[in-house]
Design a protein around this ligand. Structure first.
Ligand SMILES: [Zn+2]
Length: 158
C-alpha cells in the first residue's frame, strides 16, 4: 500500500482517504455503515439541519474533485456505487439527474421527506466544477424518502 507523500499534520484529504489497506477485507463495505452514519448518527446530533450540512458537505466535495467532464462524474458515481445515474434533461440552464438504486435510501420504507441531500450536493458541486457555473440541486423525488422510483434532482444552472 502506497503511503501518503507528506500529509500535513492532522490534515485528511481525498487522495489519502481513498488509499485503502484492509488486507483481508478489501475496499468494499456494506452500505449499512454509511446509512447509519448519514441518516441516524448525523441526524441524531444535528437534527433536521443535517440535511443542509450533508448538502454543503457533498457540494464542497463535488467541487473539489477536480472533474472536467460529465463522463468522469458518471464514472465516479459508478465506481463509488452511489447509484445508477441517468441524465434525462441536459440543457444550458436546466439539468435533471435521476439516481436509481440510491446508496442512501433504496429499499427503505418511505419516511415522508427527501433524504439524499449529500448526493444532491455532490451532483451540484461536480456540475459547478465541470461547467464553471453556479449550480443548485433540489431533490424532487426520493426512493426511500417518498416512495418514488428514483432519487431525482433538478439542477438550476446560473
Ligand atoms: Zn433519495
Amino acid at each position: 500500500m502506497q503511503k501518503p507523500e507528506n500529509p500535513k499534520r492532522g490534515e485528511v484529504d481525498v487522495a489519502n482517504v481513498l488509499r485503502v489497506g484492509r488486507k483481508t477485507l478489501g475496499p468494499e463495505a456494506g452500505i449499512a455503515l454509511y446509512r447509519l452514519l448519514r441518516l441516524v448518527a448525523l441526524e441524531d446530533i444535528i437534527g433536521r439541519g443535517a440535511a443542509g450540512t450533508a448538502y454543503i458537505a457533498g457540494k464542497k466535495l463535488g467541487a473539489g474533485l477536480g472533474l472536467t467532464k460529465l463522463e468522469d462524474f458518471l464514472k465516479l458515481c459508478h465506481d463509488l456505487k452511489i447509484g445508477v445515474i441517468k441524465v434525462p434533461i441536459l440543457t444550458n440552464t436546466k439539468i435533471h439527474v435521476d439516481v436509481y438504486e440510491c446508496v442512501t435510501c433504496d429499499g427503505m420504507t418511505p419516511v415522508g421527506r427527501t433524504l439524499c441531500h449529500f448526493e444532491g450536493g455532490l451532483i451540484a458541486g461536480a456540475v459547478e466544477g465541470i461547467l464553471k457555473r453556479k449550480a443548485r440541486a433540489q431533490e424532487v423525488t426520493c426512493i426511500g424518502g417518498l416512495g418514488h422510483q428514483t432519487c431525482g434532482f433538478d439542477l438550476e444552472i446560473g
